[in-house]
Ligand binder design. Structure first.
Ligand code: GDD
Ligand code: MN
Length: 401
């Protein structure tokens, strides 16, 4: 193994320029500030997405300081405006600790998007991703960076599955789901990985910038997103780690895991032709039609309510059903809460009524023009669906809520 170049003296001790090790990164070579640059930036940025992790921040920073004491690192916490004020805890620590920074995102949610935003703020040649609850061991980050720096890989993944199943920190269902998802991903992935679901990895900055514009950022599986976007075989190494037990707070991933994962895979397959949100919106719409018919059947046939009232009730139920699911799943990252949930429902209902009118109007027009009844109906449904999707994505979920 070539001698690592990141393990040079840190800012506190000797300046890095006096290191004898051959520089491998642009960072070490850059001459923008001339040779007298006395305070070069960090060589390693550790991106830590957080949502309600206030009690873990200090522990994470301490653990990183211990593990990386001779590396010039920085920690970039990317917080999605956690209600527990994680961001202000990070800023407090940042006041005393020059290596700690906070990217505070307002009005947005999403693990992958947060990670990407954090990585975009870094100028370091090496980037690492780590959870903010100490389930990932910072000592492993060090090993990852050594491998990158020795030029042995472009991407180093921490795997829970190299040494059997090192997953104390995962519930049984999550564990089975994780293994199943890993198998599924092997169908589309050219690299052989034991743990493509890992969110604990490090990569060269060049690789990140090569793929960043193509990333879906949909699910929380950013590693898979990066590998599938690269469209070439990436030089990957896996190293084992033991997934620890979360220190404080709760996991955010019990419910939506499977949905987001499927969305990511669909996006990678058809995303170039059809927006994946449209696929989700239409699937929910189709289910909503089933809910509409079922409600109508119950009201009209079983309860004996008159047909028009039954139809009105069924329409209202299916609108609330569609809105709720789209808000929770399709637009999970822009979810509306509280009063904004209600105003969103109103705008959704208005848009969809216009969509329904367009649907019926077009179908009736085509039918009158002697088009086949099925063709006329399908054309009406398609135009209605495209309208509903485009208009609600703008009016209901488009503005920051
Ligand atoms: N900024 C931001 N926005 N951070 C988030 C969000 C979000 O919407 N959701 C979760 N996080 C942060 C959490 O605060 C935590 O630091 C990290 O992302 C992981 O979230 P957990 O809730 O602890 O996830 P988990 O432990 O169930 O699963 C994690 O570990 C697995 C093993 O590596 C995830 O990272 C999985 O993707 C991973 O497979
Ligand atoms: Mn966790």
């Amino acid at each position: 193994m070539a001698s690592p170049t990141v393990l040079c003296p840190t800012r506190e001790s000797e300046p890095r320029s006096s290191s004898n090790a051959p520089p491998v990164s642009d960072h070490a070579n850059h001459s923008l500030l001339g040779d007298n640059a006395s305070n070069p930036g960090p060589v390693l940025s550790i991106i830590i997405p957080t949502f309600n992790e206030r009690d873990n921040i200090n522990l994470v920073v301490d653990a990183l300081s211990n593990a990386l004491h001779d590396i010039d690192w920085e920690a970039i916490f990317v917080d999605d405006d956690s209600p527990d004020n994680t961001a202000s805890v990070v800023r407090q620590i940042g006041l005393k600790h020059a290596r700690v920074r906070c990217v505070h995102r307002i009005g947005r949610r999403g693990l992958s998007a947060a990670c990407v935003e954090g990585m975009l703020t870094s100028s370091a040649p090496y980037l690492a991703l780590m959870d903010g609850d100490l389930q990932h061991d910072p000592a492993v980050v060090r090993r990852m960076v050594e491998i990158l720096d020795a030029g042995e890989a472009e991407l180093v993944v921490g795997s829970r599955y190299i040494n059997g199943d090192d997953c104390d920190g995962l519930s049984k269902t999550r564990h089975q789901l994780s293994r199943f998802a890993a198998r599924l991903s092997r169908l589309v992935l050219s690299e052989r990985l034991t743990d493509p679901m890992s969110n604990f990895f490090a990569l060269r900055q060049e690789l990140f910038h090569e793929v960043v514009r193509g990333l879906s950022k949909l699910s929380f599986k950013i590693l898979l997103d990066i590998l599938l976007t690269a469209r070439r075989r990436v030089r990957v190494r896996e190293i084992p780690y033991v997934l620890g037990i979360r220190k404080a707070g709760q996991s955010k991933f019990e419910a939506q895991v499977a949905w987001e994962y499927v969305m990511l895979l669909i996006d990678k397959v058809v995303g170039r032709y059809i927006p994946v949100r449209f696929v989700a919106f239409s699937a929910i719409g189709a289910t909503g039609a089933g809910v509409h018919l079922a409600t109508l059947a119950v009201a009209y046939r079983a309860l004996g309510v008159d047909f028009v009232t039954s139809a009105v009730v069924a329409t209202a139920v299916s609108i609330v059903f569609n809105y709720t699911l789209n808000n929770a799943l399709t637009y999970r990252d822009r979810r509306r809460h509280g009063m904004k949930w209600l105003t969103g429902l109103c705008s959704f209902a208005i848009v969809c009524s216009i969509g329904a009118a367009a649907n019926v109007g077009l179908a009736a027009y085509l039918f009158n023009q002697r088009a086949d009844w099925l063709l006329a109906a399908v054309a009406g449904v398609l135009v209605g669906a495209v309208w509903n999707y485009s208009a609600t994505s703008f009016y209901t979920w488009g503005r920051s809520s």
